[in-house]
Unconditional design. Sequence first.
Length: 353
Amino acid sequence: MKALKQIREKLEELSLEGGIFFKPENRYYVSGFTGSTGYALVLKDKAYFITDFRYISQVKEECPDFEILEISTSKTLGDVLEELNLNSLGFEDDFMTVEGLQTLKKSYSGQLVAMKRFIENIRQIKREDEILLMKKAQSIADETFSYMLDFIKPGMSEREVYLELVTQLTQRGAQGESFKAIVASGVRGALPHGSATEKIIEKGDLLTLDFGCVYQGYCSDMTRTICVGKASEKQKEIYHVVLKAQKEALKAIKPGAICKDIDKVARDIITEAGYGENFGHGLGHAVGLEVHENPRLNMVDESILKAGMVVTDEPGIYIPGFGGVRIEDIILVTETGSEILSTSNKELIELEV
Ligand code: ZN
Ligand code: ZN
């Protein structure tokens, strides 16, 4: 697989004989395996895939660079590792359970070393082929949004809109949602993470749709807030503050920029407009095989953006008893600046109803 060289360099740096990966996103990244059970073991000059009989033929197909080692009820992962005579092995300390580690130690006598999210760190910089898949995932979401603008009518429930959204994403080729979509209308828009309810969408409601899909393992993520009918002055005012914050932060996204500085660009605009208290979350996050990855664009993350990272820019204003607005784009950091992957219109859309 494409990542093996980088992983081996990192193992060398940590003086480890090998690393074992079984967090699903990492395992897929390392080996290409899409099944649910198995361990990718990367050594200096060999790679093994350890799994049980159910997945043998799938591994043969999906992981041609990996030699298969079979485990069963009578032969554990620890037994297999012990037979390989490995003195030191890295494991995913942020994913393995205490119980899993204890079981492993019962039969494996070598040293076990925490890898501290090292694959996640490699994953921060997307390769060209990964970027293409993310673009595809986002284009499915953009097409779906455009369809939804014709579909949404006052009198529908948020749940009806949610179900149609998921159907449309799937019909356009998505494996599924990258997270449970947020459909929040009217006063419910004040909940940044309001999932769809039976609430009826009424004429004059602001409606926030925050959704994404998965395409060949890769996630998309976008938010648009629209008005179902003509927007009031107050709704327009809030929308334009969020839009200005979103656009200015967008200009700050480029290689070399510090994450927390980008958050500050948006936060300052919202605060100056008098809504600082109503923007209670970070500006954005990286996206990839997982919908929420590092780095984070928030008030504390001092990571430096690099070409190949994909991040979101999603400021919002939430007013209890009134409603809310969030606008989110997904952006690729390029060598010279940035490229917005989400193409949907983000000027205020007032549906004709
Ligand atoms: Zn989102
Ligand atoms: Zn997001």
